[in-house]
Design a protein around this ligand. Structure first.
Ligand SMILES: Cc1cc2nc3c(=O)[nH]c(=O)nc-3n(C[C@H](O)[C@H](O)[C@H](O)COP(=O)(O)O)c2cc1C
Length: 167
């Protein structure tokens, strides 16, 4: 199957999660295109789509939300998986943004998945530093790429299932 993996990322951490997903799907024998949300055109070639976004200030990236706006019909006609990444810190409690529920409802993505993120203070812009100074999150890389591989493996299995995704 040809699968689109489209991930919105500011500083690369979520992009790398998307690349791990793409690698697992390719290892399972699928043809995988990784395309940034702003660059996604027609979905006609794709049998399934994986969407992802980092979360900033409680929101999915605008580019991912706009992709859902633009392609809502085509996305809802295909199996879609959705992940978001953001929580940082050993004791972070993920707070699923309303955007995630909205994107899942509109695309038909079942059980959106949250993956912890990575915070590197040195790469933040001035506005981001102001937010970080206020909420004082724990810097570091809290991503678990084995967990990501496991999730992507379940997608590969569902795509191979004779009953199709969800079966
Ligand atoms: C200014 C700022 C705001 C953030 N807001 C949130 C948030 O609301 N919820 C969350 O889970 N993570 C939040 N994060 C953490 C990021 O989502 C996390 O660092 C993520 O891994 C960044 O991914 P990226 O490198 O793909 O952009 C925030 C980080 C920064 C710097």
């Amino acid at each position: 199957m040809r699968i689109l993996v489209s991930v919105a990322s500011r500083h690369g951490a979520t992009q790398e999660i998307g690349t791990v997903v793409a690698e697992v799907l390719a290892e399972a024998g699928h043809e995988v295109d990784e395309i940034e949300p702003d660059d996604v055109g027609t979905l006609a070639p794709y049998a399934a789509v994986v969407l992802g976004s980092s979360v900033y200030n409680g929101r999915l990236a605008a580019s991912l939300r706009e992709l859902v706006d633009r392609q809502e019909g085509a996305l809802s006609a295909r199996p879609v998986w959705l992940f978001w990444s953001g929580p940082v810190g050993e004791d972070a409690t993920p707070q699923e943004p309303d955007d995630v529920r909205d994107a899942a409802r509109r695309t038909g993505a079942v059980a959106p998945r949250c993956f912890p993120g990575r915070l590197r203070p040195s790469e933040l812009g001035i506005d981001e530093r102001a937010v970080v100074a206020r909420i004082d999150p724990e810097p570091g890389d809290f991503r678990d790429l084995d967990d990501v591989r496991g999730w992507a493996g379940t997608i590969a299995e569902q795509l191979l299932s004779p009953r199709g995704p969800g079966g």
